[in-house]
Write a protein that binds this ligand. Structure first.
Ligand code: SF4
Ligand code: SF4
Length: 514
């Protein structure tokens, strides 16, 4: 069966029957060409590889640039300084506000302490983060890429260092065309040294989230820190230096999957950095526009000065329409606004807008802006619901927990006196910062004994299990039924309650017999 059309060719006919597409191709080949027209011959040896054109983004100032600096300062400030923020949790707990404690299996975030058994909080957090990204995208395109993505933030820092050491776009371009001199070498050397320093500090800050920061800084400086810390600092220094210093816009254009996902998630009402071609075309210099106007011919506001292209960190021309390489940073808006101000024309020839609005304006209709749409409401609702569920779960979480696992093999043991014994592995979590004893009970059987291996204390017939502060303890529990069990499987319930009083927690399992 031919997949491209509904013509089936039997295998026995294939040798003699001409495929209709082949007939079309032959007909086309016989069609006479227009005189003088030379069709382009496909070059099988032509490479699909295009060499990278180095981008030299020009310095720009304006509203969006100021917002980008502010976001950069806040995000980098949080990243570098957060490990040094202290949080008093008591004597038996770490005093670092944000800490990923791998050896003890804990994640601390200010007043929240997450145990490995509570990983569903991370799932909730990931859902909220994904929905926030989708919402941002539905409202104003790739805001994340332009302002918050670590690749953008660190590239901005590295480009600022480059402009400081090697000069702005024009100066840097000229210098790159000249032979190497001592001055050029010194500038390039200073740039790479500063890049490596920033990259090293980035890697250094990362490891501080995994141990007590002040102690680790001291250990790192005196070469007492674990080898893994140095290894991670080295790895992150290299990746930061390579990604933000060398690869830059290549990461956004070729490596990152988000632009492709974003393109599939966006809709015609999402604001994107848009060249208002209805206003800008046809392009003409100020002088030429004046002449055209005198002749009664149209001339747009774009003077083709290329300032919007020169400031673009990914080196694209937004006037060509929506582009996968556009990270929606808005710097071209600042550049164009400055040009418009100089030549006395209204700002926002490039603006956060939609193609629909351009068409509406061309048809004499009012532009339409709508943040409240089905998808934005849906994303916002999911964020609110998941956050509310997480907040409720956090507010009502117990400071102790219990898990029980029945032995798989054997399911039961018959003792010499005829009684039946089932064995369980029980884990009790004591999330409080004080040592506590828990009273264990089992319900569901009539005549039975409970034994906890390693525990000889009892309250009445109920074993007492001691668990250290902020720790979990695994114990073996043996339940022996002294009477005949009524079925091969009897539902039983394990309960624990702190000896000093507190919430009774229960978990269900089964007692097996022959
Ligand atoms: S086209 Fe404009 S908004 Fe897009 S990346 Fe370039 S400067 Fe930023
Ligand atoms: S900066 Fe403005 S005027 Fe200059 S080329 Fe870009 S869109 Fe045209």
């Amino acid at each position: 069966m031919c997949p491209g059309c509904d013509i089936a060719l039997g295998m026995q006919d294939a040798a003699t029957t001409q495929h209709p597409l082949a007939t079309l191709v032959q007909d086309a080949a016989r069609t006479p060409l227009a005189p003088g027209f030379e069709p382009e011959q496909p070059d099988d040896d032509q490479s699909l590889y295009a060499a990278r054109l180095k981008v030299y983004p020009q310095r720009v100032s304006g509203t969006f640039r100021r917002v980008k600096w502010a976001v950069l300062l806040v995000t980098l400030g949080i990243y570098y300084l957060l490990p040094f923020v202290r949080w008093d949790r008591g004597v038996n707990a770490p005093g670092q506000a944000v800490l990923i404690d791998f050896p003890n299996g804990r994640f601390y975030f200010f007043f929240i302490e997450i145990w490995p058994q509570e990983f569903y909080y991370l799932t909730g957090l990931l859902i909220v983060a994904a929905m926030a990204l989708f919402l941002m995208n539905a409202v104003a395109g790739r805001l994340w890429c332009g302002y918050l993505c670590p690749q953008t933030v660190w590239t901005d820092v590295f480009q600022a260092i480059e402009r400081w050491t090697e000069g702005d776009r024009r100066e840097h371009l000229q210098r790159d065309r000249q032979p190497w001199t001592l001055n050029r070498l010194a500038r390039a050397g200073t740039k790479h040294f500063l890049w490596i320093m920033v990259a090293w500090w980035t890697g250094g800050a990362w490891v501080l989230y995994f141990a007590d920061a002040p102690t680790l800084v001291k250990d790192l400086a005196t070469f007492q820190a674990p080898l893994i810390a140095y290894a991670f600092i080295g790895l992150l220094t290299f990746t930061t230096y390579a990604l933000a210093g060398w690869m830059r816009e290549q990461v956004c254009v070729y490596m990152c999957p988000w632009p492709r996902i974003q393109a599939a998630l966006t809709d015609e009402y999402a604001l994107n950095v848009t060249y208002r071609y209805d206003r800008g075309e046809p392009r003409a210099s100020v002088k030429k526009a004046a002449v055209l106007h005198q002749q009664g011919l149209p001339a747009g506001d774009c003077i083709d000065c290329l300032q919007c292209v020169h400031v673009c960190p990914t080196g694209i021309d937004i006037r060509g329409g929506p582009n996968l390489g556009c990270i929606q940073c808005g710097l071209c808006i600042d550049a164009c606004d400055a040009v418009m101000e100089k030549i006395g024309r209204p700002a926002r020839l490039i603006a956060f807008d939609t193609d629909i609005n351009i068409k509406r304006r061309q048809q004499g209709e009012k532009p339409f802006y709508s943040i409240v749409r089905t998808r934005t409401v849906l994303y916002a609702a999911i964020i609110v619901v998941v956050s509310a569920v997480m907040a409720y779960a956090l507010a009502t979480r117990r400071d102790h927990a219990i898990n029980v696992l029945h032995d798989r093999n054997p399911l039961f043991v018959q003792l010499s006196d005829g009684s039946l014994r089932n064995a369980y592995t029980m884990r009790i979590l004591n999330k409080s910062l004080a040592e506590r004893s828990f009273v264990l009970n089992v319900t569901g059987l009539q005549e039975f004994d409970i034994d906890v291996i390693g525990s000889s204390s009892f309250v009445g017939a109920n074993p007492l299990i001691d668990v250290g502060p902020d720790q979990s303890r695994e114990v073996r529990v043996l339940v022996t039924a002294r009477e005949r069990v009524p079925a091969t499987s009897v539902p039983v319930t394990f309960t624990i309650v702190p000896k000093t009083g507190g919430t009774l927690l229960s978990v269900h399992d089964h007692f097996f017999g022959p």
